[in-house]
Design a protein around this ligand. Structure first.
Ligand SMILES: [Zn+2]
Length: 151
């Protein structure tokens, strides 16, 4: 059996009561650290958040053909709310997303940006309706490393 001790593991503190955010992003391995970077930008170095990944982030939730994807997303969001009471839901899409190409076909950078904006706004409408007491932010990570808030 292989084992090792984490140097960054943080014991859950039940007295905290409420985390900053439920955060979700694309599965793409290139952007794992960027979710943490965005949370630190918004909430500071001690940002607390639950995280969830789904191919295409906002598109993965919005695409009606993926019946079980939005169900899994909303079930997970509900659980995060009941366990950790996040004040915000934050979506992070990224440029040059493989799932966008898989769904829409080849895209110019301008067209892909347009579709990210459309999907983040659509998701904002759904989340604000379902969770009226939780604020929503939708961001895109550009390939040059710039985070842009869309909603
Ligand atoms: Zn992606």
């Amino acid at each position: 059996m292989d084992s090792f001790k984490s140097h960054t593991f943080r014991q859950p503190d039940s007295s905290e009561g409420r985390i900053d955010s439920f955060t979700f992003s694309c599965i793409d391995y290139r952007f794992d650290e960027h979710v943490r970077e965005l949370m630190r930008h918004i909430f500071g170095m001690d940002a607390t958040f639950d995280s969830f990944t789904l191919a295409g982030a906002s598109l993965g939730v919005n695409k009606p053909e993926n019946h079980c994807w939005p169900l899994t997303f909303y079930n997970t969001t509900d659980l995060s709310i009941s366990l950790h009471n996040p004040k915000n839901i934050i979506a992070l899409d990224h440029e040059q997303c493989g799932y966008y190409r898989a769904v829409y076909g080849p895209l110019s950078p301008e067209k892909e940006d347009e579709l990210h904006i459309k999907n983040l706004k659509k998701l904002q409408r759904k989340i604000c309706k379902k969770y009226p007491d939780i604020s929503f932010q939708g961001w895109i990570l550009k390939l040059d490393g710039t985070f842009v808030r869309i909603v």
